[in-house]
Write a new protein. Structure first.
Length: 173
């Protein structure tokens, strides 16, 4: 393989620079838009990975051809929705962990919290992530389901959700 097509993984963290409108929302609307856009664009670039948002911070693990991942990382660093973007790791890989995911989304849950505690963190703070914690976290994220249903629910106004559920259940009987 030449260096333009060598597979790499890259992880970074950043702080959201948008105000969270509602702490009750499972997934903030801005994060939902980022995820939808990432899924569309990453598929075309042959990039996969996982996105985690919590405590106002992003953690993202990307994998794919080195040139594509590095270009995406440069674009992320210029993205006005992020502040304080810090690359955590970048290394060659032989195999993808998220081959079937242009961008998987994982909400803060017990599995993630267990990994954080194993590494001495009491809360989600990706600025304190070590390479060992990142590897442990990425492995655990390959084992949990995608939380896309939370993204979809965040995109549908609450008043419309009841009608959608009613139509769904009425069509079943």
């Amino acid at each position: 393989m030449d260096c333009a097509t060598d597979l790499i993984c890259l992880s970074y963290c950043s702080s959201a620079n948008f105000a969270l409108r509602s702490q009750r929302a499972a997934v903030p609307a801005q994060v939902s838009r980022i995820l939808v856009q990432s899924r569309r664009n990453n598929r075309q670039r042959q990039i996969g990975g996982v996105l985690k948002f919590g405590e106002g911070c992003f953690f993202q693990y990307l994998e794919g051809p080195a040139d594509a991942v590095d270009r995406l990382n440069a674009a992320i660093c210029r993205d006005p929705r992020h502040d304080d973007v810090q690359r955590l790791t970048r290394r060659p890989i032989r195999h993808r962990r998220f081959e079937d995911w242009s961008m998987k989304f994982v909400a803060l849950e017990r599995d993630v919290e267990r990994v954080l505690r194993r590494h001495g963190l009491q809360r989600f703070d990706p600025y304190r992530f070590t390479p060992a914690l990142i590897d442990d976290l990425v492995v655990s994220m390959t084992c949990v389901g995608d939380d896309t249903e939370q993204i979809e629910a965040a995109r549908v106004p609450p008043a419309a959700r009841g009608g959608m559920l009613q139509r769904l259940f009425s069509s079943l009987f």
